[in-house]
Design a protein around this ligand. Structure first.
Ligand code: UDP
Length: 476
């Protein structure tokens, strides 16, 4: 394992959304144990997410700056989980107001960071880094396929016609998507009324393409075509694919603590045959409408398959807006065959239990990587954001997942869903073998000498060189 000989100091700036933050915290831990000196920037309400990271790595410093106000963000909201995905644009714009304070902090620091490592939703940090004359490294909590699509969209958003099929003819496999499957941040940008904020958002996203380096939470064997495309066609330099980060040992429970009775879940799983249980969870944010939840519950019941269903508790506001919880009587009808977790599930641990053989998922990238790491086949129901892109990769290009439903508003037909679940969970599906093959490849990638391990070493060595190559400009 390569380590930093110079104790080079970098600033890590995560984006405050569950799906973005966890993987960057895993990477921060890996860099810290390799001797890189780190300051991590958060706003006050997100500091508790760092607890495990900081106790495992006491050398990591924190920089806590107040969350800047924005008219579209209610007071007290500092994380996407508290506002929903539509809050991404405003949160990006609010955080960009930290630039002035950050420049001051750099100027007053006795040993300022020589690079900024920030989430790809914080593209504006490229311009900040330029002002200080240090490199910015973009961290992609997502994969290379999504990045290649995003890059194409944000490079020339004016050329994109929202009324037509969106084709990426240059990309490997020439993918195309109907407009409503294009990543939601871009769709919201194109569909919004003209607003000066939108120009800032576009510039921030486009600035990613100017970064000094690019780190992806993916692995070469999963996305080689797209990693090579990014480096050759788009000219991204210094590409590092270092994932799946969740396969590297990190501080326990960096994930938010689960609030269900886990003992009961695992003792129930212990009594189930290998690969017989379907785990159903739609990520950290998504809740289903009442009719969708009813159709899902009926589908699970009729499938005859063992399952664990994660159903987040709803607020009164969500109930009033038509979101639905598990239907009355459902739990009693499936007793012994189905478990319901009402709250935060220990997803990574559940997926790695030998009894779990399938994962009905919205195809968020972390969920995809966690399924791969566990060798569990995905039954995809992509709904928004990056999920259609992730599902296309897994279902159409890799044949390691099946699609059972699509779109955030669709109410599936319960009988069809039940049939798809029963068929998918049958043992002889080639997709299940492919999922296991991907797990083996992922394990190889993170081993010493594997593709991700080599890239992590290369990253640490190149960061180390920055101590000699960059001299932060204090006269900004
Ligand atoms: N997660 C979890 N328990 C839950 C719901 C989600 O541990 O009950 C974790 C899951 O393991 C994953 C993350 O939350 O690491 C969700 O990220 P993903 O990219 O899949 O979806 P998003 O939440 O960004 O839509």
């Amino acid at each position: 394992m390569a380590s930093s000989k110079n104790g080079v100091h970098i600033l890590v700036f995560p984006y405050p959304a569950q799906g973005h933050m966890l993987s960057l915290l895993h990477l921060t831990h890996q860099l810290s144990i390799r001797g890189v000196a780190i300051t991590i920037l958060v706003t006050p309400k997100n500091i508790s997410i760092l607890t495990q990271l900081l106790s495992a790595n006491p050398a990591i410093q924190t920089l806590v700056l107040p969350f800047p106000e924005h008219p579209k963000i209610p007071t007290g909201v500092e994380n996407v989980k508290d506002i929903g995905n539509h809050g991404n644009g405003p949160i990006i714009l609010a955080l960009s107001k930290l630039e002035g304070q950050l420049i001051k902090w750099f100027k007053s620091h006795s040993n300022p960071p020589v690079a900024i490592l920030s989430d790809f939703f914080l593209g504006w940090t490229h311009h900040l880094a330029e002002k200080i004359r240090i490199p910015r490294i973009a961290f992609y909590s997502s994969g290379a396929f999504l990045t290649a699509c995003f890059d194409s969209l944000w490079r020339n958003p004016e050329a994109v016609n929202p009324r037509s099929e969106i084709k990426f003819e240059d990309l490997p496999n020439a993918p195309s998507f109907p407009w409503d499957q294009v990543p939601s941040l871009f769709r919201r940008y194109k569909e919004a009324e003209s607003d000066p904020d939108l120009e800032l958002l576009k510039n921030s996203m486009a600035a990613n393409g100017l970064s000094w380096g690019y780190i992806f939470n993916t692995f070469y064997e999963l996305e080689n075509e797209y990693l090579e495309f990014l480096s050759k066609k788009i000219g991204y330099q210094r590409i590092y694919s270092i994932g799946p980060l969740n396969l590297l040992h990190g501080p326990e429970q960096m994930n938010v603590k689960s609030d269900s009775n886990n003992g009961e879940v695992f003792s129930w799983l212990d009594g189930c045959p290998d690969g017989s249980v379907l785990y159903v969870c739609f990520g950290s944010q998504k809740v289903l409408k009442k009719a969708q939840m009813e159709a899902l519950a009926n589908g699970l019941e009729r499938s005859g398959v063992r399952f664990i269903l994660v159903a987040k508790p709803l607020t009164a506001e969500q109930v009033a807006e038509g979101f639905g919880s598990v239907p009355e009587g459902f739990e009693q009808r499936v007793v012994g065959r189905g478990l319901i977790i009402r709250g935060w599930a220990p997803q990574v641990h559940i997926l790695s239990h030998r009894a779990v053989g399938g994962f009905l998922s919205h195809c968020g990238w972390n969920s995809v990587l966690e399924a791969i790491a566990a060798g569990v086949m995905i039954l995809g129901w992509p709904m928004e954001a990056d999920q259609f892109v992730d599902a296309k990769l897994m279902v159409d290009y890799l044949g390691a997942a099946v699609q059972v439903c699509e779109d955030g508003d669709t109410v599936p037909d319960s009988d069809e869903l039940a049939q798809k679940i029963t068929e998918s969970m049958s043992r002889d599906r080639t997709h299940r073998f492919k999922a296991m093959d991907l797990r083996d490849k992922a394990m190889e990638a993170v081993k010493v000498g594997g593709s991700s391990n080599k890239d992590m070493d290369r990253l640490v060595k190149e960061l180390d060189q920055l101590l000699y190559l960059t001299r932060p400009n204090k006269n900004v």
